[in-house]
Design a binder for this molecule. Sequence first.
Ligand SMILES: [Zn+2]
Length: 271
Amino acid sequence: MIKAIKKNYITYYQGNIPIILSAPHGGEEKPSDIKTRTKGVFEKDDYTYELTELIIDEFYKQTQQTPYTVIADISRVKVDINRAKEDAYEDEKASVPYNQFHEFIKKSKSEIEKKFSRGLYIDIHGQSHPKGYLEFGYLLNNSIIKQHDSLLKEKTNIDNSSISALSKFSKECFIDQLRGPHSIGSLMCNKGYDSVPSVKLPYASDDNYFEGAYNTITHGSLNGGNISGIQVEFPYKDVRDTNKNRERCAKAFVSSLLTFIKIHLDLDLKR
Ligand SMILES: [Zn+2]
């Protein structure tokens, strides 16, 4: 098992499989020398730090390998790492953890591109929408994914998504990658975790849906490269709320991810 490195309020695992996990909003540290933010969102994504570490453990159980992982120890009240610089912090001192987080992801990406020539980046969050679904974000908002497959599969949507690079490795089409039976949403539905988008829930019927933000834009394949990105928003109830539920969810998520990677990245990591 690979040991974590801690630097500038960021925890880093230098992994050995072509998967990168990041968790920007689960940290609690509030260094007094960094000014607290006065505008924006301050809410912590409760237990996403813990859930991300359980996902690492589960990867180890199922593959004997460790994904690259970048976790913010610092609280969102000091820096919102999932925002462009100008909206992320008000005190220049917060640029140190902010840059460290993104540097670790860039370093992971360049190692993966060199060693494996393709990969997957997952940005882990928590949300409190009333329906309690898992939401997988590909940078296409709910009004776009609401469309019929014949419109959704247009090239502009593929190009604007964070997973356009999957087409180089997957035998399945974009719609299947996004919400077909082998999409990550449908694979999680099969394990009892209702997810948007999926075969069961192709879009959010109540419009509550997060399509992904700065990290997914920056570190997915929108700007090129062979590493696709997906944002995941885990609900609280029955998923993040207790250690037992977090363990159960981590197990289902890793198992689904391994199937997804096998089908859409042509990589078999299961041991
Ligand atoms: Zn978040």
